[in-house]
Design a protein around this ligand. Structure first.
Ligand SMILES: [Zn+2]
Length: 494
């Protein structure tokens, strides 16, 4: 691996903030020697402990108040954003869990890390994950995940100090409670040394089943009042194949007729997860760790709530699935309250976190550090905002955002379909402008095709193997809308 190393403005600013807040001027001299990637090179203030919170399936538009004058549904995330920097336009690399989190963990695009579904759903050991970078630098590292896609079964526990519990051992109404408790315990056990925890909350993912009292927090009607079954409407919309429905994906909506019900339950799941973020922040404050920590909150993808004919899943790379929340709270709360409108990518998280930790950032990554944007004195890293779905050469999609334009390329049975949207005037992506703007369409199509071989949706030589799953795991993934037995497709892998 080719490692580049240079002092950055972000590190310098954070050291100054940290010193002013915590250690005094004497430590400033001590930190001058901190230049290597390993903690034994550090004299003076230790690198910050890091919490990466991954909230599955959280739409960006569900942060804050749902409308003018309405109370927020995410008070704890709002508070964290006030202590940190909030990015208004963060793009994920894929509209579903495994490739998206694998990009966050590796800083690589899906076609390079290869954990994309179909025959390739195992993150290769040859990649260096965020946890591995941190562990090599002396961090105590651990992750607690709400779905097995993010555990060792899929190669996603690389770099942890010990084997984390399986997600299926944390199931039930108190899964989020287990993750909150275990995350707090890990930081408590490793207090005094740099620690890293990945805390993954799965609750906003369907089926939406918030525990009491959240189950009636935003819906007080009769969801089973006489009327057309909601599942009939979903299937008639054509967005989800019958085979997915037959695998139990919509069993949780049996008897439901009111379309307001699932949307309210989704909002309740978001609010419930926010409550856990609040509990975890309170624990970190009790431990005296919060102020000095780097805390990142991100989602892997959003959710279709009826847009584009899809319901309560995340299948197509429209903005309701690719536009995700991102909050970065720096040590010492540097930049507190800043809101960044510049579009960024979840690919940028690994280099940003490494830089804050004082660890060398490999120059082989697809993302770049957000240091300049975090400090308010720089630009976005140079890289395209791409998203990918699918591994079958005859059935995949690629998107490219060049604000305000968004190009979508769908390969369907060997033929390409292209659409162009103006996200500024049409954020819901309802008007395809490709015929009205042929020059823009051609320019962006060429740029997209220059990145990907159109006959191979994965990079040539991209690693990737198949996870070894039992029937129980396969049935669980199928019931959640994930089609494990076939390649990811435009409408398949939710
Ligand atoms: Zn997910």
């Amino acid at each position: 691996m080719n490692i580049s190393r240079k002092p950055t403005a972000l590190q310098a600013a954070l050291i100054v903030v940290n010193l002013l807040l915590v250690t005094g001027i004497g430590a400033l001299l001590a930190t001058r020697g901190r230049s290597g990637p390993h903690l034994d090179h550090v004299s003076g203030t230790p690198p910050p402990s890091i919490l990466l919170i991954g909230i599955d399936t959280l739409r960006q538009d569900h942060l804050g108040p749902p409308g003018p004058g309405e109370p927020t549904r995410t008070p704890h995330l709002d508070a964290l954003a006030r202590d940190g920097v909030r990015f208004e336009q963060c793009q994920s690399t894929a509209p579903w869990t495994l490739p998206s989190f694998a990009s966050i963990f590796t800083g690589l695009r899906p076609y390079r890390h290869g954990a994309v579904g179909g025959e390739r759903d195992f993150l290769s050991e040859r990649h260096t994950t965020l946890a591995e970078h941190l562990a090599r630098a002396g961090y105590a590292t651990m992750g607690f995940a709400g779905i097995n896609y993010l555990t060792g079964q899929f190669g996603m526990d690389q770099g942890y100090v010990s084997r984390p519990p399986r997600a299926t051992d944390l199931t039930g109404l108190d899964q989020a409670s287990s993750i909150t408790r275990l995350s707090g315990e890990f930081f408590a056990q490793h207090r005094g040394e740099p620690s890293f925890v990945f805390s993954h909350y799965y609750d906003p993912h369907a089926p939406y089943a918030p525990p009491p009292p959240w189950h009636r927090k935003y819906y007080l009607g009769n969801e089973c009042r006489p009327g057309e079954p909601l599942t009939a409407r979903i299937l008639a919309a054509g967005g989800v194949r019958g085979e997915n429905a037959s695998r139990g994906m919509y069993d949780w909506l049996a008897g439901v007729t009111d379309p307001a019900f699932p949307n309210a339950q989704y909002a309740a799941e978001v609010n419930y997860t926010d409550d856990h973020v609040g509990r975890l922040m309170a624990r970190l404050k009790e431990l005296g760790l919060y102020e000095g920590m780097l805390i990142v909150v991100v989602s892997d993808h959003g959710e279709h709530l009826g847009e584009h004919g899809y319901y309560y899943t995340h299948a197509l790379p429209y903005q309701e699935t690719l536009h995700v929340p991102l909050i970065v709270k720096l040590p010492g709360n540097a930049g507190a309250g800043r809101v960044v409108a510049t579009p960024v990518s979840t690919l940028d998280l690994l280099p940003t976190m490494l830089e804050v930790a004082g660890i060398a950032v490999p120059d082989t990554l697809d993302g770049g550090s957000l240091a300049g944007l975090l400090l308010g004195n720089g630009k976005a890293p140079r890289r395209d905002l791409l998203a990918e779905q699918g591994s079958d050469p005859d059935l995949y999609s690629k998107t490219l955002v060049d604000w305000p334009w968004k190009l979508m390329l769908f390969r369907e049975e060997g033929r390409d379909r292209i659409a162009l949207y103006d996200l500024a005037s049409d954020p819901g992506e309802t008007r395809d402008l490709s015929s009205r703007h042929p020059d823009e369409t051609a320019r962006l199509t060429d740029r997209l095709r220059a990145t990907f071989d159109p006959d191979s949706p994965l990079g040539k030589g991209a690693p990737g193997t198949r996870a070894n799953l039992g029937q129980t795991d396969i049935r669980l993934l199928e019931s959640l809308g994930y089609v494990h037995k076939r390649p990811a497709a435009a409408a398949g892998e939710g």
